[in-house]
Design a binder for this molecule. Structure first.
Ligand code: FAD
Length: 489
């Protein structure tokens, strides 16, 4: 049995640790923060329970599959609720629409946007489902070790059908004319750290993910999934250490033999890092053991950072649902402030999660739990005074859009932004989501699961294939787990 150290206690670290613990290895997981969950940590304050990061539970089959590896079911750990509506979208000066689960209402909605919108969306979603099925079978759970394994016969035939090489906005524009239709089908790529103008149209599968497979919520919050993974780790003998930071390694030639933290040393014959890839490479490894140099990282397109506000209100709001999105008419202006000319966006698109709409456990009765999010560039200065100014601007903007005032009812407020991502998670440049999913940062073009220089160092997590998002990190860990199972040393 191996002596394995896992660095990081987010979804990917916890999932790989539990899988390896199940096989009888001696696994120690080391997390720098005092609480587990990584970007999906939970924060309790003033009677409110906040999911600090993810709030959309998508691709439920991936979670079900992951737990089945332990002969368990999702329902053994938490109760899943399908949200109704899935979400509310506010359009600039054009009111709002609610997106409901049933197919007829989705067809009607798109018909209300444009002529034959119902037929177009039916065709588009059929195609998105087809691509999703191919992606699940040949793409997402596969490790692509090199360019040849990626461009194999199957990938060349099936990959063409996946539209890997086309641009999402252009493909959607061939089907739809209305900006509302396009925005509902394009906003999901922002979750992957992209703008629709530089995302491969492969990511149209995300419309199948939200409109067909549905938007779900684990009662008690996303922290319930973290709790489930922690339980699986503990049940499978994983030793979890939190509040301790890995600082460097001791080597024997091209192998790590010890993991050195700020509090001690841990012997290891295998190490798996789920911390941000750039941090592991550039801060933890010494120069000679790095697979990539500074130039490589400087050339990467990083996903945006975020301006997040956790708010507690002393009243309920009438005009919000569980998930709420606002898209400005010319949303390209917002994307330009993220990817082209960094600045705090005017008239920003935003997302508001209001879990207290569906879950009484996250706020006391009569109170509202809000999570506000604006994607911003990692290149911006993040200073206290700017935060406060932008906060004031944002609240006025939101009150205006949703048609309801709440500034005077704020009883809890915490801002979390670029510097917090960098300090709390060792995130490169303070990115919230890691590497953006551009064409040349997808699949084989993401950094590999196995170090090129250190024989016993592996990587899981959102920087690696298949990438960003909670379900993807579970898949990345399964890929690494399968690879480790096949290694005979
Ligand atoms: C605000 C936000 C909203 C999101 N919304 C969604 C959503 O709705 N749905 C969805 O599916 N996905 C969402 N995502 C994406 C998803 O949360 C991430 O892709 C996923 O959580 C990443 O998990 P991870 O384990 O790879 O990385 P992380 O969660 O970052 O875990 C890495 C861990 O390593 C630790 N670490 C770093 N350096 C060291 C060190 N030297 N020593 C020890 N530990 C270290 C960090 O503290 C961290 O805990 C969101 C992300 C954010 C930030």
């Amino acid at each position: 049995m191996d002596e394995i150290v896992v660095i990081g206690g987010g979804f990917s670290g916890l999932s790989i640790a539990a899988l390896l613990g199940k096989d009888g290895h001696n696994v120690t997981l080391i997390e720098k923060n005092n609480t587990l969950g990584g970007r999906a940590r939970v924060m309790k304050s003033d009677g409110f329970l906040y999911d600090m990061g993810p709030s959309w539970y998508l691709m439920p089959e991936v979670f079900e599959h992951f737990f089945s590896l332990f002969n368990k079911k999702v329902s053994d750990f938490y109760e899943l609720k399908r949200l109704e509506p899935y979400y509310r979208i506010f359009f600039e000066k054009e009111g709002y629409v609610d997106v409901y689960p049933d197919k007829d209402s989705i067809l009607k909605l798109f018909k209300s946007f444009e002529e034959n919108g119902d037929k177009k969306i039916e065709k588009y979603l059929k195609n998105a489902k087809y691509k999703y099925d191919i992606a699940m079978k040949y793409f997402l759970y596969k490790d692509f070790k090199n360019i040849f394994s990626f461009f194999n016969f199957r990938m060349l035939t099936e990959g063409l059908k996946l539209d890997v090489f086309k641009n999402l906005d252009r493909v959607i524009s061939k089907y739809f004319k209305s900006h509302k239709s396009k925005k509902i089908l394009e906003y999901e790529v922002v979750f992957l750290g992209n703008s629709p103008y530089n995302a491969p149209s492969l990511y149209s599968i995300l419309s199948h993910v939200d409109l067909n497979l549905g938007v779900w919520y684990p009662m008690g919050g996303m922290g319930k999934i973290v709790d489930a993974l922690v339980k699986l780790c503990k049940d499978n003998g994983v030793k979890i250490i939190s509040g301790e930071e890995v600082k460097s390694f001791k080597y024997n030639d091209d192998r790590i033999v010890e993991v050195i933290t700020d509090k001690g040393n841990y012997k290891a014959n295998k190490v798996i890092s789920s911390a941000d890839y750039e941090h592991t490479e550039m801060q933890l490894l010494d120069t000679k053991h790095r697979s990539f140099n500074r130039k490589y990282w400087d050339k990467r397109i990083m996903a945006p950072s975020m301006f997040i506000v956790y708010l507690g209100l002393n009243k309920k709001l009438k005009n919000l649902r569980h998930h709420n999105l606002y898209f400005s008419k010319d949303w390209n202006k917002h994307f330009e402030t993220i990817f082209d000319e960094p600045k705090y966006p005017d008239n920003p698109c935003f997302y508001i999660s209001c879990p207290s709409y569906s879950d009484p456990s996250v706020a006391e009765s009569g109170k509202e739990n809000l999570f506000l999010l604006v994607p911003i560039s990692c290149e911006l200065k993040d200073e206290k005074i700017m935060r406060e100014d932008y906060f004031d601007y944002l609240i006025k903007h939101i009150e205006n859009i949703i048609g309801e005032n709440f500034k005077e009812d704020i009883i809890y407020k915490k801002i979390f932004s670029i510097n917090d991502f960098a300090n709390d998670y060792n995130a490169f440049k303070g990115t919230a989501l890691g590497l953006a999913h551009t064409l040349f940062q997808t699949a084989v073009f993401r950094p590999p699961h196995k170090s090129k220089k250190v024989k016993n160092l592996y990587f899981t997590g959102h920087y690696t294939h298949p990438g960003v998002g909670v379900p993807m990190t579970l898949i990345a860990s399964e890929i690494v787990y399968n690879e480790l199972k096949n290694i005979k040393e």
